[in-house]
Design a protein around this ligand. Structure first.
Ligand code: HAM
Length: 414
């Protein structure tokens, strides 16, 4: 039987993995430069965590989680996102020396049982950052600036940053009621999904992709007219801070996010090039999640960025991802005796900090040299009788074809 990878998953082989390594190295470097430390959490969590944080009414909890019982009959779930595990780990930690605000970054696989299509998978990968313990909009501005700087560094400068405020416990219920009142006369025209959301989470109707819903919400009241003083001030401030950093944005009251924990700032970086899966990065503020999960009364803000979608855009741009790794030396051999000298030399080169390749298939010299070309070695060395007797090696520059003779000990020293 031919066993394939499960639906919605992808294998990443060396012809592509160097691209992943490129973005991963760059993201972790930039996150550290911005003052974030890496947090690593388990691949699965107790199911209750996501029900409480992402929310019972969200699509993720209602129909997308990979939930199973372990042998001890505990209900566990493969993580569908990174924020709640980070909050949970932070709340469980007892590191009294930790600096406030607490700034974390992560690079994780996520699992959601979704209808798969280009850009939407069942196992996908996210970079993310979270800040715990700052009420200031400087922290919201900082996470947006980090996403913006990183995307630019990756050569992506055609995304739209859309920002909104989803209000707070004070003002959101007033807006929800106004939205329901507005939609009520046309309730029967809503899509089936939106009819279900009407009671549980009417704001999600605003970002429905169904044409019938889009028409109905076109002139709906906007949350920005219902913000309380605190939320309005915060929204004015985040715009001011983004202006100050010359980060362009569009205010879009349709950005409501699919996870229930958000308060105040919500934002998305959207590409027009990826069709319906255009959101490359999404995030926002969550003022109550840390406490709700059992931690201190600290606010949070962060983002998640889809690595598959980022890579799609970079590949379309023809990015070279730093190129495939080129070994320093390829060592070829012409006889059994030379084979021993060659493996000894390769091992010595590697131990002296250089990279070296030998044909472990032991093919004829001509094929060994073809391999040297394929692996794109910078230099090649052929070992024959002369080299064994004299310990003088001919180093060939594979780009120019120039050759120089070097003493073996000299080569290992430089
Ligand atoms: P999210 O919007 O659900 O937010 O996901 C963040 C990003 O992950 C999306 O913008 C998208 O690029 C990518 N993504 C989501 N689902 C898929 C999928 N099925 N296939 C491929 N890529 C996908 C969160 O997860 C929040 N935890 C973000 C956050 C962090 N908010 C505050 N802090």
């Amino acid at each position: 039987m031919n066993i394939k990878a499960p639906k919605g998953t992808k294998d990443i082989l060396p012809a592509d993995s160097y691209k992943w390594q490129f973005i991963e190295d760059n993201f972790s470097k930039m996150a550290r430069e911005f003052g974030y430390g890496e947090i690593r959490t388990p691949m699965f969590e107790n199911t209750a965590l996501f029900k409480r944080s992402v929310g019972e009414t969200s699509d993720i909890v209602q129909k997308e989680m990979y939930t199973f019982n372990d042998m001890g009959k505990r209900s566990l779930t493969l993580k569908p996102e990174g924020t709640s595990p980070a909050v949970r780990a932070f709340s469980c930690s007892t590191d009294v020396r930790a600096i406030k605000p607490h700034k974390y970054y992560y690079d994780i696989p996520c699992f959601r049982y979704e209808n798969t299509q280009e850009g939407r998978y069942r196992e996908f990968h996210q970079f993310g950052v979270e800040i715990f313990g700052s009420d200031s909009m400087l922290s919201d501005a900082e996470v947006i600036a980090l996403a913006d700087s990183f995307l630019r560094k990756m050569g992506i400068d055609d995304l739209e940053l859309r920002i909104n405020s989803v209000g707070c416990k004070e003002c959101r219920p007033v807006y929800r009621k106004a939205l329901q009142d507005y939609l009520m006369p046309n309730f029967y025209k809503l899509s089936d999904d939106s009819k279900k959301r009407f009671e549980t989470n009417p704001m999600r109707i605003l970002d429905s992709k169904e044409e019938c819903d889009k028409e109905l919400v076109e002139n709906a009241p906007t949350i920005l007219d219902y913000l309380c003083d605190d939320c309005r001030k915060a929204f004015t401030d985040i715009k001011l801070l983004l202006d100050e950093m010359n980060i362009a944005y569009i205010v879009d009251s349709g950005i409501v996010r699919g996870l229930d924990y958000y308060t105040k700032t919500a934002f998305e970086f959207i590409s027009k090039r990826l069709g319906s899966q255009g959101t490359v990065c999404g995030g926002g503020r969550y003022d109550h999640l840390v406490k709700e999960i059992g931690g201190q009364d600290l606010t949070g803000v962060g983002f998640g960025m889809g690595k598959e979608r980022l890579l799609m855009l970079m590949s379309e741009n023809g990015h070279n991802f730093g190129g495939i790794y080129k070994p320093d030396y390829f060592v070829a051999f012409v006889s059994d005796e030379a084979r021993l000298y060659a493996i000894n030399l390769v091992n010595a080169l590697r131990n002296s900090g250089k990279s070296a390749i030998i044909d472990v298939c032991e093919r004829k010299l001509k094929s060994q040299m073809k391999l040297a070309d394929k692996v794109d070695a910078k230099y090649s060395i052929i070992i024959g009788e002369d080299e064994i007797n004299s310990n003088k090696l001919t180093i060939k520059d594979m780009t120019t074809g120039n050759q120089i003779k070097v003493d073996r000990n000299e080569l290992l020293r430089v």
